[in-house]
Design a protein around this ligand. Structure first.
Ligand SMILES: Nc1ncnc2c1ncn2[C@@H]1O[C@H](COP(=O)(O)OP(=O)(O)O)[C@@H](O)[C@H]1O
Ligand SMILES: [Mg+2]
Length: 270
């Protein structure tokens, strides 16, 4: 580790050189972006045994620590670098939540400050040794998404999350044109909360009208990576910071997630 001053751009290049960088985005909040980002990181770290960084860039609503059950942790500084929190041996996490004085503290920042925070998470964090970096973005195509696309150029892939409703799909189109404009490769779209399986008879209940995500993926020529069911156990696990896909390997959610994660890995590894 070096002893150089913190905002040294060479440090960023060193640590993130050769690292596969994957951004998870969506137009709306509450569609499952953080759930998918966290599970992708868990999958790479615990199923594929790779060293993974998970960067929670949702500055105003950082949820990753809660999803991973590490919300009471704080980040340490060593040799003038922020040390990401090891959720497991292979999974290193940074989040704005770790820097807030209490869980209920809101962050009220304007654009330039957000950009500065994003730059700091890239430049001042010791990401040494990771092979993949998963970035959990806030909804939309605002300051954080823009600075990630610019600061981490070239990103290796982006994953766009949508729920089946037409309004959510409208945002997918915006995400895709944003990615194209910034030359961010799109690995594909994940349709989340696609259906609910009746716990009594096993019938698939399609809560929202389906088909719009598939249609958008075809029209925009972007792969549909898979469809994840709405599974109340997933919500319950994330509320208490459990690694659902590791503890419940045989469920429909976990199997579908496995397929999606493999496709994303193949996309960025090629
Ligand atoms: N497929 C799913 N089944 C059940 N609950 C889900 C699913 N996807 C996400 N959730 C839940 O929905 C809520 C919002 O998800 P989150 O990942 O925080 O969304 P976003 O990051 O897009 O705002 C969380 O409580 C999460 O546990
Ligand atoms: Mg989120």
């Amino acid at each position: 580790m070096t002893d150089k001053p913190t905002l040294n751009l060479n440090v960023k290049k060193e640590y993130l050189k050769g690292v596969k960088k994957i951004a998870v985005m969506s137009g709306k909040g509450g569609v499952g972006k953080s759930t998918i980002a966290a599970n992708l990181a868990i999958w790479l770290a615990e199923v594929k045994h790779e060293k993974v960084g998970l960067m929670d860039i949702d500055i105003t609503g950082p949820n990753i620590p809660k999803l991973l059950g590490i919300e009471d942790e704080k980040l340490m500084v060593e040799d003038k670098k922020i040390v990401p929190f090891p959720a497991t041996e292979n999974l290193l996490v940074t989040s704005m939540a770790f820097l807030l004085p209490t869980k209920d503290s809101p962050v009220i920042w304007r654009g330039p400050l957000k950009i500065k925070a994003v730059q700091q998470f890239i430049q001042d964090v010791n990401w040494e040794g990771i092979k993949y970096l998963i970035i959990d973005l806030p909804p939309g195509t605002g300051d954080e998404a823009l600075s990630i696309a610019q600061e981490l150029k070239p990103l290796d892939g982006s994953v766009i999350v949508s729920t089946p409703q037409e309004v959510a799909v409208l945002d997918v189109r915006k995400n895709i044109s944003f990615a194209k404009q910034l030359e961010v490769p799109v690995a594909g779209i994940v349709e989340n909360m696609s259906y609910l399986k009746c716990p009594h008879c096993g019938e698939k209940i399609e809560i929202f009208k389906r088909g719009a995500v598939k249609k958008a993926s075809e029209e925009l020529d972007v792969p549909l990576l898979g469809e994840l069911p709405l599974d109340p156990e997933v919500t319950a696990a994330s509320d208490v910071g459990k690694f659902y896909i590791i503890e419940n390997k045989e469920t429909e959610f976990s199997k579908a997630f496995n397929g999606i994660a493999s496709k994303i890995k193949d996309f960025v590894d090629k």
